[in-house]
Design a protein. Structure first.
Length: 341
């Protein structure tokens, strides 16, 4: 640069490179009064820093590209996978559960879809089993009707048919009632009339809860009939509160009860612990299953209890960890108040 300046200026100026700050050189300019130095910036050899306009355009393009990739990977692809699984619902083969991935909203939507898929598959299996069970359980009473010659026997078989049909209809959930706030102890006492003249003692704590009254009555009836059919007298019906809005209905008997390893099978629809089905009484393995469904509808479930009722033992019974036989066996229905209908 100094050589070029010397060729064009009458006097060769001094040129010094900048030691700090921006890249450039200092050029000495001759003046009449004092020496003046002029700073001449030099462009970077690598073009840095870049032009601000080009840098802004590059940042905008990078942001758009990143946003598009995010939409494709985190939103569009999981939604497309969910759409394909949704289209397969109702076909011969149930779709598998969709892996939850993507944004938080997409993951939550996928979890709801998987829960819905599990419920639909469970309901489909129960309907299939119910249709097969109808033919199986009605076969024995119908066969006996062909062989009966006395009206007393026909009347018993008709009662068995009526019971089987009623249990299937209850399990299918043909009716849905609204919750009502009422004295639960009075409702349980009315449902206990099913035992007739059988030995039954009741210890009902005065409670007011919002429940589906017909469903609770059916559950209590099923538990009492189950104790009468498979347990041993005397029976005891206990109602007590659980927390501010909960309740527990216990049906105790002196029978052998249900073993802990058989409890899950006892709650399975159409499963009976004894090998005989469609007997004289018309039991079809739905009593505990219906009670379990009603308990779940009230935010609880059925529990297996052994030992003695709380009123006798002064506390909670042994529960699942109790002895195999003990001094008694009970099925407890736990639930809580529902929002008013």
């Amino acid at each position: 640069m100094r050589s070029e300046l010397c060729r064009h200026l009458p006097r060769c100026p001094a040129v010094w490179p900048s030691q700090a700050g921006p890249r450039g050189v200092w050029v000495e300019l001759g003046a009449s009064l004092e020496t003046v130095w002029l700073f001449a910036p030099l462009p970077s050899l690598r073009g840095w820093p870049p032009d601000p306009r080009l840098l802004s355009l590059a940042l905008v393009a990078a942001g758009l590209t990143t946003g598009l990739l995010f939409l494709v990977v985190e939103v569009q692809r999981p939604l497309r996978q969910l759409e394909q699984a949704l289209g397969a619902v109702g076909l011969e083969v149930w779709p598998a559960a969709v892996s939850a991935r993507g944004t938080a909203a997409v993951r939550q939507l996928t979890q709801h879809f998987n829960a819905m898929l599990a419920r639909l598959e469970r309901d489909s299996q129960e309907r299939t089993t119910m249709l097969a069970g109808i033919a199986h359980d009605l076969r024995a009473p119908l066969t006996r009707l062909r062989l009966r010659r006395d009206w007393a026997g026909v009347e018993a078989d008709l009662g068995a048919l009526e019971r089987i049909t009623r249990q299937f209809l209850l399990f299918a959930g043909a009716e849905q009632e609204l919750p009502l706030a009422l004295p639960l102890d009075q409702l349980v006492a009315e449902a206990a009339a099913v035992v007739g003249t059988a030995a039954l003692t009741m210890e009902l704590e005065p409670l007011r809860r919002c429940v589906r009254p017909i469903a609770i009555s059916r559950a209590v009836t099923n538990l009492l009939e189950n104790a009468l059919a498979h347990g041993a007298p005397p029976l005891r019906l206990v109602l007590r509160s659980r927390g501010s809005d909960g309740f527990e209905i216990q049906v105790w008997d002196r029978g052998r009860g249900i073993a802990a390893e058989q409890w899950a099978s006892a709650l399975t629809p159409f499963q009976r612990l004894d090998p005989a089905r469609g007997g004289q009484t018309g039991h079809c393995g739905l009593g505990l299953a219906i009670a379990e469904r009603i308990a779940r509808d009230h935010g609880g479930g059925l529990v297996r209890l052994t030992g003695r009722p709380a009123s006798d033992a002064g506390g909670d019974p042994g529960g699942d960890a109790g002895g195999e036989v003990g001094t008694g066996f009970a099925v407890g229905l736990r639930g809580r108040s529902l929002p008013p209908g």
